[in-house]
Design a protein around this ligand. Structure first.
Ligand code: F6P
Length: 517
C-alpha cells in the first residue's frame, strides 16, 4: 500500500502536529532509560539514536508503517533474488557479492541464486589472485583507477579509509572527471612501465571513463608502452566492449549489481590491491554480517530499519530536507560523497514502481565533511541556522597513529558537538543564544578495520533501501541521469559546428562565447 494511505502514516501525521513542543532535554530528564532504549549494537558498529527528535510511540508507529507499506516483504524479495529493480527488470543482489560460498545460509538460497553465487566466488578468487600478483610485482608502483560514479566513489573512499592497511610502495590514483586536468595531473607523475590502469565501468560506455581510458592508452603507447595486457585491466559487465577496446585482462560482474553498490565486485580491485586478498575478504565478511542482521534481526532492533525509518520521519513528517554526515576520522574524507550517490541516486525520485507521481518528499540532500574541519565551516548553521539539519556523526574509538593528545581531542569534539546541538545555551540571549533541541545520531566504530567498514557501508545501503521501500520507489535505477547525457552529445556536436539553431537563448549565448576566438 502506498505509504501515505496507511493507517500508520495518518497516525504519524497526527503525532507530528503535536510535535512542536517536543524537547530532547525534557525527554532525557523524564526517561532515564532513553539513551539505552534508542541505542544498539549491530555488527561492526554501535549506534546511539537517542538524540533524535522522536520517542518510543513514534518509533513504534514507524515500525507499523514499515509493515503496512510492505518494507519487510520487499526486503525478503531482494534476498530471494527477485527482480525488484522493476524498470530494468533486474534482481538486486549486491549482497550476494559478500555472501560466503559455504554454510547454512547457502542452503537457504533459491537455486538460481546459488548458481550466481558460484560465479561470484569464481570471479572473486580470480580477482584476488590477480590483486596478490600485482601486490608482489615490484615493478608496478602506480595503480590508476579510471571510473566514475559507483566505479570511482566506492573504491576511492575505501582505499582512503583503509590506508593504514594499504601496501607501502604503491600509489593509488583515481581519475573520474572528463576534465582533462584530472588525468593530466596524474599522468605527469607516472611512468608507463610502472603503471597499471584499471578501467572500471559497469557498462563500458560511460563518456568520462571511455574518454579517459582512451587518453591513458594513447599516453601509454606514446611513452613506448607496448604490453597493454599487462598494464591495463577492465572491470566491467560488458566484457565484449572491453575486448574491443583492446583490453584482455578482464574481471566481470553482473547486471544485478547497481553501480553505486558495486564496491564488492571487481570494481573493488584497486582496494584489493591496496589491502590484499585477506583484508578484502574481511570487508566482505563485515558487510555480510550486516546483511544477516538486516535480514534476520527483529525490526525493532534492526539498525538499518531504525535508521531508514528515522529518515522517513524527518523527511515526511518534520519536513527536513537534508542530512549532514560528519565522519570524525580523516580517512573517511570521501565518505560523504560516497553516501551522496548512494542516497540521492537511489532515492532521488518522484514516481512509484508503476511510474505514478508520489505526493510526498523522498531523498533528502546528503552532504558533509569530516570533523573537526566542518566545525570551523558550516556547523554554525547547524547550531543557529533557520533550518534543522539532522547530523550523523561517525566516530572511531581507536586511532592507528601514535601521536599523543589527538584522539582524545578529536572524540571530545565529536561528543561536544552532539551535546551542544542538543542542550543549546539559552542564558546568553541574542547572538549567543543556542536554541538546542537539534537532532543527531552517533555511530561509533571500535576501529576502522575492513570488517567494520564493510558493515558500516552495508548499513548505509540498507537504510537507503528501507526509506526507498517506504516511499514505494525503485531505489535501483537512475533514469534521471540520462537527459543530460543525451543533451551533452548534441551540444558537443554544436561546439564543433557552431550551429545554435533551435537552442534556447541562454545556451546559445554561452556556446558562442565558448567558441569565440
Ligand atoms: O550516470 C550515472 C551512472 O550510471 C552511475 O549510476 C554509475 O555509477 C556511473 O554512471 C558509472 O557508470 P559505469 O560504471 O557504467 O561507467
Amino acid at each position: 500500500m502506498r505509504a501515505d494511505q496507511t493507517a500508520a502514516w495518518k497516525t504519524l501525521a497526527e503525532h507530528a502536529k503535536a510535535f512542536s513542543s517536543f524537547d530532547l532535554r525534557s525527554e532525557f530528564a523524564r526517561d532515564a532509560g532513553r539513551a539505552k532504549y534508542f541505542s544498539q549494537a549491530a555488527p561492526g558498529v554501535f549506534a546511539d539514536l537517542s538524540k533524535n527528535l522522536w520517542d518510543a510511540k513514534i518509533e513504534s508507529q514507524l515500525l507499523a508503517l514499515a509493515q503496512q507499506a510492505g518494507v519487510l516483504a520487499h526486503r525478503d524479495r531482494m534476498f530471494q533474488g527477485e527482480a525488484i529493480n522493476t524498470t530494468e527488470n533486474r534482481a538486486v543482489m549486491h549482497w550476494l557479492l559478500r555472501h560466503p560460498s559455504q554454510g547454512a545460509a547457502v542452503d537457504a538460497l533459491p537455486a538460481s541464486v546459488k548458481l550466481s553465487l558460484k560465479d561470484v566466488h569464481g570471479t572473486l578468487s580470480a580477482m584476488l589472485l590477480f590483486a596478490e600478483k600485482i601486490r608482489s610485482d615490484k615493478q608496478i608502483t602506480d595503480v590508476v583507477n579510471i571510473g566514475i560514479g559507483g566505479s570511482d566513489l566506492g573504491p576511492q573512499m575505501a582505499v582512503m579509509a583503509l590506508q593504514s592497511f594499504a601496501l607501502k610502495g604503491k600509489r593509488f590514483h583515481f581519475v573520474a572527471n572528463v576534465d582533462g586536468h584530472e588525468l593530466d595531473a596524474v599522468l605527469q607523475g607516472l611512468q608507463a612501465d610502472k603503471t597499471l590502469f584499471l578501467v572500471a565501468s559497469k557498462t563500458f560506455t560511460t563518456l568520462e571513463t571511455m574518454t579517459n581510458a582512451l587518453s591513458a592508452k594513447r599516453w601509454f603507447e606514446a611513452q613506448g608502452g607496448t604490453d597493454v595486457s599487462r598494464h591495463f585491466a577492465a572491470l566491467t559487465t560488458n566484457v565484449e566492449a572491453a575486448g574491443q577496446f583492446g583490453i584482455q585482462t578482464c574481471f566481470g560482474f553482473w547486471d544485478w549489481v547497481g553501480g553505486r553498490y558495486s564496491l564488492w565486485s571487481a570494481i573493488g580491485l584497486s582496494l584489493a590491491i591496496a589491502i590484499g586478498a585477506d583484508k578484502f575478504r574481511e570487508l566482505l565478511a563485515g558487510a555480510h554480517a550486516m546483511d544477516q542482521h538486516f535480514q534476520h534481526a527483529d525490526a525493532a532492533q534492526n539498525l538499518p530499519i531504525r535508521l531508514g525509518l528515522l529518515d522517513v520521519w524527518y523527511r515526511n513528517f518534520l519536513h527536513y530536507t537534508s542530512r549532514c554526515i560528519a565522519p570524525y576520522h580523516s580517512a573517511l574524507k570521501r565518505f560523504a560523497p560516497y553516501l551522496q550517490q548512494l542516497e540521492m541516486e537511489s532515492n532521488g525520485k518522484q514516481v512509484d514502481h508503476e511510474g505514478q507521481a508520489l505526493p510526498y518528499g523522498t531523498s533528502p540532500v546528503l552532504w558533509g565533511e569530516p570533523g573537526t574541519n566542518g566545525q570551523h565551516a558550516f556547523f554554525q548553521m547547524l547550531h543557529q541556522g533557520a533550518d534543522v539539519v539532522p547530523l550523523e556523526f561517525v566516530a572511531v574509538k581507536n586511532a592507528t597513529h601514535a601521536l599523543p593528545d589527538h584522539q582524545a581531542l578529536l572524540l571530545s569534539n565529536a561528543l561536544a558537538q552532539a551535546q551542544a546541538l542538543m542542550v543549546g545555551k539559552s542564558d546568553a540571549g541574542g547572538h549567543k543564544n543556542f536554541a538546542g533541541n537539534r537532532p543527531s545520531t552517533f555511530i561509533l566504530l571500535e576501529d576502522l578495520t575492513p570488517f567494520n567498514l564493510g558493515a558500516l557501508i552495508a548499513l548505509q545501503e540498507h537504510r537507503v533501501f528501507v526509506s526507498g521501500a517506504v516511499w514505494g520507489i525503485n531505489s535501483f535505477d537512475q533514469w534521471g541521469v540520462e537527459l543530460g547525457k543525451v543533451l551533452a552529445k548534441d551540444i558537443h556536436a554544436r561546439i564543433e559546428s557552431g550551429d545554435v539553431a533551435g537552442l534556447d537563448a541562454s545556451t546559445a549565448q554561452l556556446l558562442q562565447r565558448i567558441r569565440a576566438a
